[in-house]
Design a protein around this ligand. Structure first.
Ligand SMILES: Nc1ncnc2c1ncn2[C@@H]1O[C@H](COP(=O)(O)OP(=O)(O)OP(=O)(O)O)[C@@H](O)[C@H]1O
Length: 228
């Protein structure tokens, strides 16, 4: 179970927090869609949920255990339980890496270099990347192809949780359908939970078990607990 309780988070303690008193739960195997107007704080909350952004207050529990020892992010051992895909693949892809190396990045970063040959080609094929694309760098492929590689990178450590932050916002309908299908196949196979952030209610309603609106996630009041 992924539980965010009374999360307050921002970027500069001198200004108002981007997220105030937000609570959200995702059960194992569940797909939850999060909708809300632009700038309300969805991406910030998604980054907290993926253990990438330390909240200023509130608690985050992973399978009942309090996530502690945050610095800027939570400890890596916990973060590897999460696969994250962002809206703009070019901002999250190292331009110097080939797509094969991009997909393999988390394996190398966690000392599993020896598993690269066994994991990367199959996963690339699953996300619809042909072998000729794997030797190209980000500037030599389309946004959709790069996003496919970013999805493969998010899946390569076989995470128990996926956070897709407007993963398909800049893609056409057929690429959107293909990437959603890959996520759903992965979830069927592994039982991973999903938090999908987006603007498109129709897509989220079709994709997810339930869709929550930002108004339901945030409640008025002051933060109740300090982040550990
Ligand atoms: N790195 C950052 N530094 C400072 N402020 C930021 C940063 N990222 C986001 N913000 C601010 O935090 C607030 C919430 O932004 P966030 O990206 O979480 O919203 P969002 O709901 O995901 O928006 P959108 O739907 O447009 O992507 C905004 O006011 C934004 O300007």
């Amino acid at each position: 179970m992924l539980e965010l309780r009374d999360i307050t988070a921002g970027y500069d303690r001198r200004s108002a927090p981007a997220v105030r008193n937000a609570s959200l739960t995702v059960a194992p195997g569940e797909a939850v869609g999060l909708l809300g107007p632009s700038g309300c704080g969805k991406s910030t909350l998604a980054r907290v949920a993926a253990l990438l952004h330390r909240p200023d207050a509130g608690t985050l529990l992973l399978d009942g255990t309090l996530v502690r020892h945050w610095r800027h992010r939570a400890p890596r051992a916990l973060r590897t339980s999460f696969g994250v895909v962002f809206q703009q693949p070019r901002l999250s892809a190292d331009p110097r890496l080939t797509l094969a190396d991009l997909i393999a990045e988390p394996l190398r970063a966690t000392g599993r270099r020896d598993t690269v040959p066994a994991r990367v080609p199959g996963l690339a094929s699953t996300v619809g990347l042909t072998p000729d694309l794997l030797t190209r760098r980000p500037h030599e492929v389309s946004d959709g192809q790069l996003q496919r590689a970013c999805l493969a990178r998010a899946l390569v450590l076989r995470p128990r949780w996926l956070v897709c932050d407007e993963m398909t916002a800049m893609l056409d309908a057929s690429t959107t359908a293909a990437l959603v299908a890959v996520v759903e196949e992965y979830r069927t196979e592994t039982g991973a939970g999903l938090l999908a952030v987006g603007h498109d209610r129709t897509l989220l309603d079709r994709w997810c078990d339930r869709t929550v609106h930002w108004n339901e996630v945030t409640a008025p009041g002051e933060p109740t607990a300090g982040a550990s």
